[in-house]
Design a protein around this ligand. Structure first.
Ligand SMILES: NC(=O)C1=CN([C@@H]2O[C@H](COP(=O)(O)OP(=O)(O)OC[C@H]3O[C@@H](n4cnc5c(N)ncnc54)[C@H](O)[C@@H]3O)[C@@H](O)[C@H]2O)C=CC1
Ligand SMILES: O=C(O)[C@@H]1CCC=N1
Length: 267
């Protein structure tokens, strides 16, 4: 299999890291190109052993997958730079938030295009990825793509329009949890812990809870921690009083809405 990553930022790196760690791809099967930052490409070459290529010199023709991993605003220019070099056997896989398959096909024609929304936990093989594809992606290509994405975490096939919601929960989701963790650490410090102890306790708490979530019903788990009239009930009451569910709802909906806006902005 051969993959060319067009755009070599954080998301591309997380995916490359995951593929190489899981040994699903050999470094020499992965190529990276960027708009300008040669240092960044050299860093990826030194760190992961991947090839550095550029649109002018390289043939994209024998790539099985081209990963489009630049900001939504840069997708159009990137596609214009590579479209002459595409062949019928390549699948373009875009991770750009919001940008539709239709928009991508407007720039490259009736091509096999898929959209994936992974998250940066791909780096450790634990992404939660949503994927949708156009009718030009063959069954065999779908199978290969699922295999590729499964190597960096869980995969959920959705309708393209559902990718906005996937983005709101899974693509952006790690950042909400990191913010929650940062807030817990600060609260621990405010309540008398050292910063190091607060961080250690928060990491362990997230780690244990994440594993428990894999095994049991979320609400049941919450109830089991909550003794009547105890400390958890007091803590949760502050969340209920402050309408935490609405806050989380606004958070996810705002991200999904922004994804829709990005799609419109760059269509
Ligand atoms: N960072 C994240 O957690 C996630 C990001 N995404 C999506 O991935 C995409 C990339 O995000 P990041 O990696 O965070 O951004 P980034 O800014 O770290 O990387 C983007 C890279 O694309 C390159 N680039 C820009 N125009 C180009 C062109 N014409 N040709 C070749 N390379 C070009 C830039 O030089 C940069 O290195 C975005 O569209 C984002 O919506 C999706 C899921 C999660
Ligand atoms: O913030 C963003 O727009 C990208 C998409 C999902 C995660 N990061």
């Amino acid at each position: 299999m051969k993959i060319v990553c067009v755009g070599a930022g954080s998301m591309a790196e997380s995916m490359i890291h995951g593929w190489i760690n899981k040994r699903i791809m050999k470094p020499e099967e992965i190529s990276v190109m960027n708009r300008s930052d040669q240092d960044r490409l050299e860093f990826l070459h030194d760190e992961y052993g991947v090839n550095i290529v550029c649109a002018e010199k390289t043939e994209l023709r024998d790539a099985d997958f081209i990963l489009l991993a630049m900001k939504p605003k840069d997708v159009e220019v990137a596609l214009k730079g590579i479209r002459e070099k595409l062949t019928g056997d390549t699948v373009i896989v875009s991770v750009a938030a919001g940008v539709s398959i239709e928009t991508i096909q407007k720039h490259v024609g009736d091509f096999a295009v898929a959209r994936a929304m992974p998250n940066t936990s791909a780096q450790i093989g634990k992404s939660a990825t949503g994927v949708a594809w156009s009718k030009f992606v063959t069954k065999e290509q779908q199978h290969l793509l699922r295999k590729l994405l499964s190597s960096i975490g869980g995969v959920t096939v959705v309708e393209e329009d559902q990718l906005h919601a996937v983005t709101g929960i899974a693509g952006s989701g790690p950042a909400y949890l990191y913010y929650f963790a940062e807030s817990m650490v600060q609260a621990g410090i405010d309540n008398g812990l050292s910063s190091a102890d607060a961080k250690k306790l928060v990491r362990q708490t997230f780690d244990g809870a994440a594993e428990m979530l894999q095994q049991e019903d979320f609400g049941e788990l919450r109830k089991r921690v909550t003794s009547p009239n105890g400390t958890t009930a007091a803590g949760l009451q502050a969340l209920y009083d402050n309408d935490f569910k609405r806050i989380v709802g606004d958070c996810v909906t705002s991200a999904a809405t922004r994804s829709r806006e990005l799609g419109k902005e760059f269509e």
